[in-house]
Design a protein around this ligand. Structure first.
Ligand code: KMH
Ligand code: ZN
Length: 311
């Protein structure tokens, strides 16, 4: 490993997994999302992964008007790379999920590498007194819902966003099979290196948070992609810090943020996304690992540039 390697920190600011009742610090309104994203960038996040929420209810929304209430101001207030979800939320069709990102033509979007069960319903046992009626229903629906990302869906996204807009991807891989699906698209020439492979641990329906899995995902990604990829790690909930730390030691890049984990430490809610970024920066610093600036991230991932977007 080169001594000069820089670690890319992605911050996933709000997501579509957690609901407003779970934390008063979850960014909901466009202004909250923008402020929280900018603070995370100032703390050292090179990539900002963004979802939109209905400002009144906090429910994940695909509405481009809501995206437009925060995208331009984040762009003007920071150099960090804007990465828009194509996963959207569990209340959306694939077509709805793609409206905002297709209109925005960002430097990056997420791209989920397979259909899966995505179980959020166990959270129903942890909370009561829901702030909004949609919250328990949304979580309950995941018991029988499929997070749809078929080969055709993936092809569509690669064609419209990748080929059509020059957007690069955070390839979200929730299990070993997703790595092989990505290798299939690489073989077909539909994706181009350098790949940014986000390996995801601890989603119910995906691979679990055992360190053996971290090693195995890394080993298979190395085998399939060799020097053609940058590896990143995220882990859900309380596994966040230990997994991203282990991953960084193993040569990976990392993702933190309230999309993935609402806590800063055991029993302590994170009051901001920046707090999680600052915490992992402290750990990286103790490990003598440097953090990649947005300019360095753009170079590492061969991104098209901040101004070549449609917002
Ligand atoms: N909770 C799902 C919608 C993405 O951003 O692409 C997964 C997700 C992935 O949020
Ligand atoms: Zn997301």
């Amino acid at each position: 490993m080169a001594a000069t390697r820089k670690v890319i920190i992605t911050c996933a600011v709000t997501g579509a997994i957690h609901t407003p009742t779970m934390s008063p610090y979850l960014p909901i309104t466009p202004q909250q999302i923008a402020d929280s994203a900018v603070e995370a960038a100032e703390a050292g996040a090179g990539i900002l992964h963004l979802h939109a929420r209905d400002p009144e209810t906090g429910c994940p929304t695909p509405d481009p008007a809501v995206f437009w209430d925060f995208l331009p101001q984040i762009k003007s207030r920071t150099d960090a790379i804007i990465n828009i979800t194509t996963g959207g939320g569990h209340n959306m069709t694939v077509e709805q999920r793609l409206v905002g990102p297709t209109k925005a033509q960002p430097e990056m979007t997420s791209l989920n590498m397979g259909s899966m069960n995505f179980g959020l319903y166990p959270a129903l046992n942890k909370f009561s007194n829901w702030q909004h009626p949609w919250e328990p229903q949304y979580l309950e629906n995941t018991r029988d819902g499929i997070f749809k990302n078929t080969f055709r869906d993936i092809e569509t996204i690669l064609q419209t966003l990748g080929k059509g807009c020059g957007t690069k991807f955070e390839f979200e891989c929730y299990d070993i099979g997703h790595l092989y699906t990505l290798a299939h698209f690489l073989e077909r020439g539909l994706v181009q290196p350098p790949l940014f492979v986000q390996t995801i641990f601890g989603i119910l329906g995906g691979i679990g948070c055992d360190v053996e899995n971290l090693v195995h995902m890394r080993r298979i990604a190395d085998k399939l992609f060799g020097d053609d990829y940058h590896w990143s790690i995220l882990a859900a909930g309380r596994h966040q810090t230990n997994f991203v730390t282990t991953g960084a030691i193993m040569g990976g890049n990392i993702r933190v943020g309230l999309e993935d984990n609402l806590y800063l430490a055991k029993g302590e809610l994170a009051q901001s996304n920046a707090a999680q970024v600052q915490k992992i920066r402290r750990i990286l610093s103790e490990l003598s690992l440097d953090v990649a600036t947005p300019a360095e991230v753009r170079q590492m991932l061969a991104l098209k540039g901040k101004d070549d977007v449609a917002f």
